[in-house]
Design a protein around this ligand. Sequence first.
Ligand SMILES: O=C(O)CCC(=O)C(=O)O
Ligand SMILES: [Fe+2]
Length: 494
Amino acid sequence: MKNLLENESDLGSHPVFHGLVQDDQSYESISSESIPTHPLGIKPLGNLYLSQTPNARRNAGSLQALPDELLMPMFEFLDKTTLLRLSSTCKFLHAFCRSDELWKPLFIKSYVRNPRQFQWLGTWRRTLLKSTGGRESSVDCSNVYSDVLHRPFACTYIDLSKYVHIPESNQIQRFPDLSYAEFAARWSSTPFILTKCIQSWPAFGSWDISSLREKYAGVDFRAEAVDWPFSTYCDYLYNNVDESPLYLFDRKFAENMGINIGRENNGEYWKPDCFGPDLFELLGDDRPAHRWLIIGPKRSGSTFHKDPNATSAWNAVLQGAKYWIMFPPNVSVPGVYVSEDSSEVTSPLSIAEWLLEFHADARSIPECLEGICREGEILHVPSGWWHLVVNLENSIAITQNFVPKSHLSSVIEFLRDKPDQVTGFKDNITNPWALFHKRLDKYYPELKGRAIEELKVKARKKRKWDFAIGTDDSVEGESGGFSFRFGGDDLEEE
Ligand SMILES: O=C(O)CCC(=O)C(=O)O
Ligand SMILES: [Fe+2]
């Protein structure tokens, strides 16, 4: 047998999948039985060790010198015609040029430029080629070894049941319902799930994917960058092989479906009483976007983020089930990289990759909370909490963001001190903080005063702390000279 290790450049490494993997073996955390053969025959890189057939990479000309991790982003610059041409040069490049990760953005770009009727045909490539008059060939790529190409395919077979066995100590608390007094006194900074809170909503029990399809087949909903008729989105939902499925996340659903919201309006749903007054209601129509209809297939979901403008949120599941993993605001979440001013969150991984690579570490962080929010249940996301969500089944949810009295100071701080990170306001609202400030002064002057005072105390503490650890000397004047503040001088005593 040829010593395949003589050419080290054949082998690469990937942060998620290491080592030898055969069709009858398993990637770590994806059980072997559940991964079928890749439709083109592409194999994980580790299989090269045992392979006796020639490596297709050898026929890729000078491109063979580049790692797969570089080829893929380079090919993202190619248009449809060039991808098709390149795909007919050799099997190795054919395998790359067939990747739907390249065809999805091409379809979306072409659709956004030219929205049109089309039929979803199971893959982005097939759908784009059909709708623009191309064709699809079948090529055996069984001597192509690449984690970059095989991994997204394998990730679509991730066994989510592994994550839903939640250790007792990490369980998000569950209650039938809560009163506002209980929420305000104890629960506004803690995630929880209510199991008997939304049963009286007309939407509960009557909204499922097929009933919505019957009623709203021709109505457009926003899914990431595209607006698709609901019937098209359903075709996609039931028949796609994407590692990160397109997620319907629509904030104009109420207008477009022609439904009412609110108990007093005979609405399809209303906000639960337990969260109390929502201070962004003071902004009337000028409040930032705050409600979304969320629909997606199993495996779709939301990668780690904090909700906008330091708002809190609730998320009610009308069909399906969602797995949530959450961390308090100051915890650094494994695999999630945040810029110095928190303006950018980089989580370079898909949900499946994050689960495979980081979930075990994350779960062992003491502050980690996890829960499954099932049909008929509603989950509370406190202001500033990190969360990742994955749908365990095809799901429908409604979410609303709000500002409870107990988090007013966080929202004021965000609007006032991070104006460049404020999102969701209409373009004509040039100074959201000034507007909110004015409304608070009019309707809740005392509450606003207390929140501002809280922020002053917090800022003073932070200055003292920065001074104590040597990153700020502006306190020197105030405190009359340098002193170590560890031990004895309790910062909490302010
Ligand atoms: O249902 C989900 O995917 C979570 C949605 C979410 O986190 C959000 O709307 O901020
Ligand atoms: Fe969120």
